[in-house]
Write a protein that binds this ligand. Structure first.
Ligand code: PMP
Length: 350
């Protein structure tokens, strides 16, 4: 740290993204990316857009917003797009949290939430998950704070039902409830349709997982138009050109081929169920994940040791040092070949 760095950031603990080592080619199952390439139309759109890079992108992203509103059955002024859903989430922390409205989220959840709170100097509270890693919605009812819930949750993959989320929304009418649906397309019902009945709901989604576009950085928020206008005020006060031209055109192309996305999601769900079954046969305990990852603990080997042994053998999975989950690992669901390679190496190690 230089001597010039602002005092206000002295305690900042930056988010640690999943590692990307370059010493060998790994079976990469550590950052919840899709094993499938983006669809052909996306690749074509990127190539066709490249010659126009001389020009700034459309800050209103009109084509993309129009397409998203059609696909999700909402109005154009109920959608905002950002540079990855991380940016939408950060804007939500900036817009809806302060001393009078602390942020609240589970103790085990997406590791970026506390970082967003810290960088913005915002108070936050973590509510412990139950011993089986489920969320007890009663603990969020009438809490009077700005609520952030990943549904399904990460890294557990466990999902709440729509009616459980509605209970939280109804009991906190004066607070924004952010439902982070990064993994919703792998088997959970989306809350998007609730935005019309619950004006305090902000749904956040991403193109990074189900649409195979993590590298394009494209996320979006869907909510009542008043919330969207708040988030856009922050966007236009930080980086109006947050979606570059290539990403915007790639997003439209992806949305024009929803069947490609749905087929890929089906394959991931099948591979998840296949891998969970095999892991259980090997003595693992797995949570009921509805995401594109598995959260698993072995009765024969510690979480960190398994992660290190797999890395030696060319397979990357994600291990978290946090006390409550240090026996577990998060394993991204990849192609069937990747899953078989993982299972084979685990068999060797055990
Ligand atoms: N929310 C959750 C729960 C996540 O796991 C991730 C991915 N790391 C994100 C949001 C952010 O995804 P992106 O910025 O790629 O849209």
């Amino acid at each position: 740290m230089s001597r010039f760095f602002s005092e206000k950031y002295k305690d900042l603990e930056p988010y640690a993204p999943g590692e990307q080592p370059r010493d060998q080619v790994y079976v990469k199952l550590n950052t919840n990316e899709s094993p499938f390439p983006p669809c052909e139309d996306v690749i074509k759109a990127c190539a066709e857009t490249a010659p126009t890079l001389r020009l700034y992108p459309d800050p209103d992203c009109r084509d993309l917003i129009k397409k998203l509103s059609e696909v999700y059955g909402v109005c154009e002024d109920e959608v905002t797009v950002n540079n990855g859903s991380d940016e939408t989430l950060n804007f939500a922390f900036m817009a809806y949290c302060d001393e009078g409205h602390p942020a609240v989220f589970p103790d085990i959840t997406y590791g970026f939430y506390p970082v967003f709170a810290q960088i913005n100097g915002l108070p936050y509270e973590e509510i412990p998950l139950e011993s089986d890693f489920s969320i007890d919605v009663n603990k969020y009812k009438g809490i009077g704070k700005t609520i952030f819930i990943a549904n399904p949750n990460a890294p557990t993959g466990i999902a709440l039902t729509l009616s459980q989320i509605e209970e939280i929304l109804v009991s906190n009418p004066d607070n924004v409830v952010v439902i982070d649906e990064a993994y919703v397309d792998f088997g959970t019902e989306s809350t998007v349709d609730l935005i019309h009945t619950h004006k305090n709901l902000l749904v956040v989604q991403t193109f990074s997982k189900s649409r195979s576009m993590a590298g394009a950085r494209l996320g979006f928020g869907i909510a009542d138009k008043s919330i969207i206008s708040d988030l856009n005020a922050i966007k236009y006060s930080t980086n109006p050109y947050n979606i570059n031209r290539i990403t915007a055109s790639a997003g439209v192309a992806a949305l024009n081929n929803e069947s490609y996305t749905r087929n890929n999601c089906r394959a991931i769900i099948e591979n998840r169920e296949y891998t969970v079954k095999k892991l259980k046969e090997l003595g693992f305990a797995c949570t009921d994940s509805k995401a594109n990852f598995i959260f698993a603990k072995s009765d024969k080997i510690g979480g960190r040791e398994l992660y290190l042994e797999l890395k030696k053998r060319g397979v990357l999975i994600r291990h978290f040092e946090k006390e409550r989950i240090k026996d577990f690992n998060r394993i991204t669901v990849g192609s069937r070949e990747q899953m078989d390679a993982l299972l084979e190496r685990i068999g060797e190690i055990l």
